[in-house]
Design a protein around this ligand. Structure first.
Ligand SMILES: [Ca+2]
Length: 334
């Protein structure tokens, strides 16, 4: 497809959406450089099941599309180009090419990490752009269709963290030998990171159903977890703790289980990506909009006119990128 036309049309549609949502913009404010107070602007449209996004040191963004299995690049001028298709991706309802994380040492190692569903498992691979991915961690259980997890983020400790799903088998989440239903913490070679609860395991915390977002407030990790039919969760994650699934969905009083800091009805949240930006947690919602929250989960939704949102990432230019399955928006977080 012609990305230039797609991007140009996107700017117009985005301005209209911003007008409707916020009443503060005029159609003339189309440049991506001038996000204003209370502004959100569409900078890309026409994507196919976009899933995750991260930034290169030069300020351009790399993002994944779940079903096309493509890594694509958004340059600072708003132009989208294909980088490459990841081989061996097996798509399902929730499976495909999912997370992406740029090495914090990209300037020296030029390495990017992806999380994807393969025929027999979910896996994490590293690659230099344009080259063949090298798996660093395999054997994360895959569900026939759902609960694949998929988020990848580097922590402030420099280690790679992954959120996984229970692969439609709740007992995986309580099984220390399964990589499903966990937060994983690893080196760039997929080995257990120093300081993990068990020195020989990449498992950092357990008892999740389907972790979709990871973010840090200082050195404190928070994750979003999609519930089954009752409650979705925001969890404050400590190493070695057990976050309850499948015994508990939302808060409970079962010994040994750690309750979420906040839960929401699955009909209103179904959370996805999580980010900490200018003093607030932003949690994407597949039921529409993005939550702006305190660390205790107080707050409400912004950007509801966007519909489903999948990922939220703080950009090096000081803005917040909000990604839906088909669009990327640039916002100021208000
Ligand atoms: Ca829980």
């Amino acid at each position: 497809m012609n990305q230039k036309i797609g991007a140009r049309r996107g700017v117009v549609v985005g301005s209209v959406a911003a007008l409707v949502a916020l009443g503060t913009l005029t159609a003339g404010h189309a440049a991506a450089e001038d996000v204003e107070p209370r502004a959100i602007k569409q900078i890309v449209s026409g994507l196919s099941q976009a899933w995750a996004l991260d930034f290169l040191p030069d300020g351009s963004a790399l993002f994944t599309e779940k079903n096309t299995a493509k890594i694509r690049k958004l340059d600072k001028a708003g132009k989208v180009t294909d980088v490459q298709k990841i081989p061996g991706v097996s798509t399902s309802n929730e499976g495909g090419l999912l997370g992406i994380a740029v090495s914090p040492d990209y300037a020296t190692d030029q390495t990017v990490f992806v999380y994807y569903t393969a025929a027999s498992d979910n896996r994490i691979a590293k690659l230099k752009l344009g080259q063949t991915p090298q798996p660093i961690l395999t054997g994360i259980p895959r569900g026939a269709e759902n609960h694949q997890g998929g988020r990848l983020e580097f922590g402030p400790d420099g280690h790679l963290h992954a959120g996984t799903g229970d692969a439609q088998k709740g007992s995986n989440s309580q099984n220390d030998k399964s990589l499903g239903g966990k937060v994983l913490r690893m080196t760039k070679d997929g080995k257990p990171a120093p300081g993990n609860p068990k020195a020989d395991s990449v498992v950092y915390a357990k008892g999740f159903r389907n972790v979709q977002g990871l973010a840090w407030v200082g050195n404190q990790l928070y994750v979003s977890d999609i519930g089954s039919s009752k409650l979705d969760e925001l969890n404050k994650v400590e190493p070695g703790k057990n976050y309850g699934w499948p015994t508990c969905e939302g808060s409970c009083s079962t010994a040994g289980m750690t309750n979420p800091v906040k839960s929401w009805a699955t009909s209103s949240a179904t959370p996805s990506g999580l980010e900490y930006f200018k003093g607030s947690l932003y949690m994407a919602s597949l039921k529409g909009g993005t939550y702006k929250l305190t660390t205790s989960g107080a707050g409400s939704k912004l950007y509801t006119s966007l519909g489903r949102t999948r990922a939220v990432e703080a950009a090096p230019d000081g803005s917040l990128y909000v990604m839906t399955p088909s669009e990327i928006h640039r916002a100021d977080g208000n």
